[in-house]
Write a protein that binds this ligand. Sequence first.
Ligand code: SF4
Ligand code: SF4
Length: 284
Amino acid sequence: MMPEIEIPSHYNYIGVFLSLSCNLSCSYCINHTVGLNQRRKHLNGKQWAEALNRLQTRVDLPITIQGGEPTIHKDFYEIINSVNPNKRIDLLTNIQFKTDVFINKISNDRFNRDLPYPAIRVSYHPETMDLENTISKVKKLQDNHYSIGLFTVDHPHTKAELEHARKRCLEEGVLFKTKEFLGKLDGKVHGKYHYEDAVFNSSPRSVNCKTSELLISPEGFIYRCHHDLYNKKSPIGDILSPNFKIEDKYSVCDYYGKCNPCDVKLKNNRFQKFGHCSVDITEL
Ligand code: SF4
Ligand code: SF4
């Protein structure tokens, strides 16, 4: 068995990108807007089991399984069920899977943890998903006692659809939340950023940066931030290397200005307190 990996106490998120591919194709997908290379090697179920069981997680710091769309990984169910039950799991998904199979293969206990938001966060995208079908799948899992809710991006072009979705979720007793749209649209940068000149800036520069997130790519590499992960820049380690440990320190980055919005936006931390930013950036 490989040595455990200690997670620094200030870390706020563990993101495991099982796959960066997706079975849908939304025009505003943030994965695509940063020039995502989807032709990646995937760790198999056995490798992920070994990797994830190394993580010294806490009850209030789940391992979030995400993508792309994580459920398209060929060993998805095996991976979830191979994680030691004392580790908490969250899932970000577009719920295109068959709910009967999901319920049959994964116990609702897997997603049981004490945080003020659902463990399974279903993303709803009006341009690629049917609302009624989505609500009925979410309800089915909810009725089977899975911690679940519907989340959507507050995109300026889909206001009417989202209002309708909010109303329908209220009627059906499904939790519905919107997330801020991050991106450049019609010449305007949308989103609240802790470092305003860090995104969509044509003059990148060098800074010191330190993260509060553990991000693991489909091939098992660990990156400082979403920008680096999506663009395959400067991995800081390999989750399958017995020697890997998190060095909780600042390091020089030459891409400030090209940061991914997810990394530098202002957001809620995992206790739903607003004002958190995933990275801390200082001048060189
Ligand atoms: S469902 Fe999510 S990951 Fe897939 S294309 Fe849409 S926004 Fe991107
Ligand atoms: S400065 Fe931006 S691109 Fe560089 S490591 Fe930090 S978040 Fe990532």
